[in-house]
Design a protein around this ligand. Structure first.
Ligand code: CA
Ligand code: CA
Ligand code: CA
Length: 429
C-alpha cells in the first residue's frame, strides 16, 4: 500500500517534469495548441524534439546517442524515395500508389502532421528532386515536372520533360538527380537479370538538359538512334541511386545479378561513374567485398563482345556482400550528427529475399565511412527490421529501408517500403 503510493508519487512528479520540460521547448504555435495527451521530450542539448518511445525505438538499434522514431505510419503504396523541398518539408514517392506526397512537420514536434497528396496518377513514381523552381519526378518511362511549391504550397499540373527513357520492363525504378553542371541525370535498371539489351537505355545513367533536350556534349548526342542520345554511362545493371561525392565524382550504386549463388557477384556500393564507359554488367563485376582496388573480372554467363575485356570496365571502389540490395543513399549534411558521423555516406540496404539461412543479408542502414572523400570501410548504422533467422523478404519482417536522406537540421529520414513508414533519426544526449 505505502509502496504503491510512493510509486504513484514518483510517476506524478516525473510526468510533471516531462510536461514542464516539453512545453518549455515547444515553439509558440505549439504551446497554444498542445497535442492532446502526448508529451514531447526535447533533446535538451540541441533543442530538437524527440517524440515518445514507439515500436521502432523499441526494436531498431543505433549507435549510442542516436534515437529513432516513426515520423509517419500507415503509408500505403510503397514509400520509396524522398527529398526535402525549398519549403523545408519532406516529399516522398508512393511507388505503387502512383502518388507523390508531402509529409510536413509544421508544428516541429518530430512527427509528420499528415499526408498531403501533391501528384497522383503517375506510373510507378520513384526518384524526385527539386531544381530551379520545379519538382522533377522520375517514373515508369518518363520524367515529369511541376512548378512549385508556391506560397500556398501548391504545384502546377504535371508537364512532360522527357519520355526518352526505357519502358519499365524488369527493373522499373527510375531515379533523377541534377549535377553541378546543371544537367539532369536519370538512371534506369536492366530489363532482365543477365542479358544483352537491344534498347541501349536500360542499365545506364542518362543525361539531359533540364527541359529534356539532349546536351551537345553527350557521348551519342548525334546518334541516328534517338534512344541512344541520352546515354551517358552504361554497364550499370540497376543503379537505384547515385550522387556526387565530396570530390565532385559521380558515384552510383548497383544491384548485382542473381543466379550466381549467395556470394557472387558483390553489390557495388560506390562506382565512380565515367562518361562514355562501361561499368561491367552483364559481362564483368568487381571482385571482393569492402574497399576494392582491382579490375573487374568475368561473369561467365555471357561471352564477351569482340574488342571488350573486363579491364575496359570501370570497377567499383567499395562493395558489399551479394544480395545486400543497396537502394537510396546520401552523404550526411546539416548540424545534428556529431562530427565523426557527419561526413559519411549512408545507404539503405533492402536486404535479401533469396539467400540461404546462414547468408541472409540484413535490411538496414549502412554507414560507409569516408576519409579524404573516399570510402575506407563500413559499419551497420541502423538494424533490427527483420525477424531472427528470416530474410528481409519474409512476410514476418517489420520493414525494409528504401531510402535515406537528411533534413534541414541534419536529422536523418529513412523510408520503409515494406512497413509503410518513414522514420526520423536524431542525435542528442
Ligand atoms: Ca508534427
Ligand atoms: Ca561493375
Ligand atoms: Ca539519394
Amino acid at each position: 500500500m505505502i509502496l504503491n503510493m510512493i510509486k504513484k508519487m514518483i510517476i506524478l512528479i516525473f510526468t510533471m517534469f516531462l510536461l514542464s520540460v516539453g512545453v518549455a521547448h515547444l515553439p509558440a504555435q505549439a504551446q497554444q495548441a498542445p497535442t492532446d495527451s502526448i508529451v514531447f521530450l526535447p533533446l535538451i542539448s540541441k533543442g530538437i524534439p524527440l517524440p515518445p518511445a514507439d515500436a521502432a525505438s523499441q526494436r531498431i538499434q543505433l549507435p549510442a546517442g542516436f534515437h529513432i522514431r516513426i515520423f509517419a505510419d500507415n503509408l500505403g503504396g510503397k514509400p520509396r524515395f524522398m527529398t526535402i523541398g525549398p519549403d523545408g518539408h519532406l516529399y516522398l514517392t508512393l511507388m505503387s500508389a502512383g502518388q507523390v506526397v508531402r509529409l510536413p512537420d509544421r508544428n516541429q514536434d518530430g512527427l509528420a502532421d499528415g499526408v498531403e497528396v501533391i501528384a497522383s496518377g503517375i506510373d510507378r513514381p520513384h526518384g524526385l528532386e527539386f531544381y530551379d523552381g520545379y519538382l522533377y519526378i522520375a517514373s515508369g518511362d518518363r520524367v515529369q515536372r511541376m512548378q512549385g511549391p508556391n506560397q500556398n504550397g501548391n504545384f502546377s499540373a504535371l508537364q512532360l520533360v522527357t519520355d526518352n527513357i526505357p519502358p519499365p520492363i524488369g527493373h522499373s525504378s527510375r531515379t533523377v538527380h541534377f549535377g553541378s553542371d546543371g544537367k539532369m541525370y536519370v538512371s534506369a535498371g536492366s530489363s532482365c537479370n543477365v542479358c544483352e539489351e537491344t534498347d541501349l537505355r536500360p542499365a545506364t545513367i542518362m543525361r539531359f538538359n533540364p527541359d529534356g533536350s539532349i546536351p551537345a556534349d553527350n557521348p551519342f548526342a548525334n546518334d541516328p538512334d534517338i534512344r541512344k542520345r541520352p546515354v551517358y554511362a552504361w554497364g550499370l545493371r540497376n543503379s537505384v541511386d547515385f550522387l556526387w561525392s565530396p570530390l565532385g565524382q559521380l558515384w552510383a550504386n548497383h544491384n548485382g545479378s542473381d543466379g550466381l549463388g549467395d556470394d557472387l557477384p558483390p553489390e557495388e556500393i560506390v562506382i565512380p561513374v565515367q562518361m562514355n564507359k562501361s561499368h561491367g554488367w552483364p559481362y564483368c563485376y568487381t571482385p571482393g567485398v569492402g574497399v576494392v582496388n582491382a579490375n573487374e573480372i568475368r561473369d561467365d554467363l555471357l561471352a564477351l563482345p569482340s574488342g571488350f575485356t573486363c579491364e575496359d570496365a570501370i570497377p567499383a571502389i567499395f562493395t558489399a556482400p551479394a544480395h545486400s540490395a543497396p537502394l537510396g543513399m546520401e552523404i550526411a549534411s546539416g548540424n545534428n550528427f556529431p562530427a565523426e558521423f557527419s561526413d559519411d555516406l549512408y545507404v539503405a540496404y533492402h536486404g535479401s529475399w533469396n539467400t540461404t539461412n546462414v547468408n541472409i543479408r540484413d535490411c538496414k542502414v549502412e554507414r560507409v565511412i569516408l576519409e579524404n572523400g573516399l570510402p575506407t570501410g563500413s559499419e551497420t548504422f541502423a538494424t533490427g527490421w527483420r525477424e531472427d533467422g528470416k530474410t528481409c523478404g519474409d512476410p514476418s519482417t517489420y520493414g525494409r529501408p528504401a531510402d535515406v536522406i537528411f533534413g534541414v537540421i541534419g536529422e536523418m529520414f529513412i523510408s520503409d517500403d515494406a512497413g509503410g513508414r518513414v522514420y526520423r533519426v536524431v542525435y542528442g544526449k
